[in-house]
Design a protein around this ligand. Structure first.
Ligand code: HEC
Length: 124
């Protein structure tokens, strides 16, 4: 029984790794911006890279990014204006570069989030 538990944990870890590969495809595999969704693409990126600082009662910079409503609102703010989701991840002038004190998101991830914004930030 114990062996089975360990084995399934290893399998689960393997699946999780596969998901990360899908979220951050490298340049060799190309960048697919045609199947971008809020739940499948945008939210996992925000949860993994932004949520720790931008959720709860006192989000940093007074910017909440924790659900569709708040992330969609930030997505609709043009680059260069305070609170712009695209402005901060693309390091546009006028915006504070995010993730703060972290690496810039992969180019493909930025393109995918832009595709979601350009599509009108659908709740899909
Ligand atoms: C380590 C904490 C931390 C992380 C991680 C982080 N932020 Fe921030 N964020 C801040 C702080 C602090 C501010 C206030 C402005 C400043 O200090 O630069 C801020 C400000 C902002 C602003 C408003 C500033 C502007 O120029 O528009 C936005 C939008 C934002 N963050 C989005 C994000 C996004 C999107 C991510 C993830 C990709 C992210 N943040 C990750 C701490 C963080």
């Amino acid at each position: 029984m114990k062996k089975l538990v360990v084995l399934s944990l290893i399998i689960l870890a393997g699946c999780y790794y596969d998901n990360e590969e899908e979220l951050y495809p490298n340049q060799n595999t190309g960048c697919d911006t045609s199947n971008v969704t809020f739940a499948g693409t945008v939210l996992p990126v925000i949860d993994a890279n932004c949520k720790t600082c931008h959720s709860g009662g006192f989000p940093q910079g007074n910017v909440r990014l924790e659900d569709y409503a708040s992330i969609s609102a930030a997505g609709k703010i043009p680059a260069g204006q305070y609170g712009s989701l695209y402005g901060v991840i693309s390091h546009a002038s006028g915006n504070s570069p995010m993730p703060k004190s972290g690496n810039k998101l992969p180019d493909c991830t930025i393109k995918q989030i832009k595709a979601w914004i350009d599509a009108g930030t659908p709740n899909n």
